[in-house]
Design a protein around this ligand. Structure first.
Ligand code: COA
Length: 180
């Protein structure tokens, strides 16, 4: 692949490529606590629950999807609605080429422009690639959930990372949809 990397909004017909990238980590790692890889139809339904309020971005090169990042609600209760949770996955053969950083930078810029006040990443530890990416993007660890996930015959900690996006005014405007 010799073309340029480009970030764009995800489309429903990206679901199969996104499911294929994610399946590798479901099967072979504890990065995600999901145990069975979702198929493309399930992934498309999940994408529908994110867009249009939250950004869902992909990176492609020469028409091949190499990574994706999206945000969602941290928790359901209404008062949490200015805080987003971010997720990023890059195809395992394409690590360390700047794709994760490119996706996260675009995701963070979109969330800030929408009016979210902060963004949180939850990382199964240890995951140096993810913790260093988060720190390179300005996140700081603010918490740790000890041994909350059991997968591959072991219990795993989850680090909570947070990045401030706004000034937290009194009476904040509602976050604007990503796809207005
Ligand atoms: C985490 C992940 C998205 C990083 O994507 P990537 O495209 O490989 O990362 P980038 O090339 O953009 O790296 C950006 C920065 O992150 C850090 N980084 C990323 N991978 C790293 C690694 N393996 N070791 C050390 N630092 C790393 C570096 O600071 C890097 O900047 P540099 O290359 O200028 O030193 C990728 O490793 C991945 O998909 N991992 C599996 C899924 C995952 O862990 N997702 C996060 C769930 S919380």
């Amino acid at each position: 692949m010799g073309g340029a990397l480009a970030v764009r909004s995800a489309r429903r017909d990206d679901a199969a490529a996104i499911a294929a990238i994610y399946a590798h980590y479901v099967r072979n790692s504890v990065i995600t606590f999901e145990l069975d890889p979702p198929d493309a139809a399930t992934m498309a339904v999940r994408m529908d629950s994110i867009l249009p309020l939250y950004p869902y971005l992909v990176t492609e090169c020469d028409g091949v999807l190499l990574g994706y990042a999206y945000a969602g609600r941290l928790y359901d209760r209404a008062a949490y609605r200015w805080t987003a949770e971010a997720t990023v996955y890059v195809a395992h053969e394409w690590h360390r080429r700047g794709i994760g950083h490119m996706l996260y930078a675009a995701l963070i810029a979109a969330l800030a422009a929408q009016g979210f006040q902060s963004v949180v990443g939850k990382i199964t530890l240890p995951n140096p690639a993810s913790t260093l990416l988060h720190e390179a993007c300005g996140f700081r660890q603010v918490g740790l959930l000890a041994k909350v996930g059991y997968k591959q015959d072991a219990w795993h900690d989850v680090g909570i990372y947070q990045l401030e996006l706004g000034t937290r005014p009194v009476g904040p405007e509602e976050p604007r949809p990503f796809l207005a």
